[in-house]
Design a protein around this ligand. Structure first.
Ligand code: DQA
Length: 144
């Protein structure tokens, strides 16, 4: 089956961005982690990153027909985007939201999460391992 893994704004500069918060892991590292976990379960991965909100919405629409599950780190758009909430809500496949950091321990503006209120599950604060856990979880859901 096919898992769509979406990454939002500023995740392209992971590794050089606020290492105290996000460590030194890069987006390429996350992709490798996700691909390895998906392969363990016999699934394919479509791994993407964009800095544009509308592109994330368009990509989520692809999951209406073309994917069996979604893992998404909406990054800052989690805290602002009703459009992403609506796009996730429109899907019938499982959607697991991931944040590298524990957003609940951070600034109050990160305590609003419009994607979480539509997602199947949320993993925050597990760092890069959160991506692996998200893939393992959707694999379990797809097994039924
Ligand atoms: C993040 C948390 C968000 O609050 C932040 O805007 C990000 C990264 C995370 O993975 O911890 O860009 O999604």
């Amino acid at each position: 089956m096919r898992i769509l893994v979406l990454n939002g704004p500023n995740l392209d500069i992971l590794g050089r961005r606020d290492p105290a918060q996000y460590g030194t892991v890069t987006l390429a590292d996350l992709e490798a982690i996700v691909r390895a976990e998906a392969a363990e379960h016999g699934h394919e991965v479509d791994f993407r990153q964009t800095n544009r909100e509308g592109e994330l919405v368009d990509w989520l629409h692809e999951a209406l027909d073309d994917h069996d599950a979604v893992v998404i780190n909406p990054a800052a758009y989690a805290h602002t985007s009703v459009a992403l909430h609506d796009a996730v809500e429109a899907l019938s496949v499982p959607v697991v939201e991931v944040h590298l950091s524990n957003t609940w321990k951070r600034e109050p503006f990160r305590h609003v999460d419009h994607v979480a209120t539509a997602a199947t599950a949320v993993i925050a604060g597990a760092g890069a391992d959160g991506y692996r856990l998200a893939v393992a979880h959707v694999a379990a859901l797809l097994r039924g």
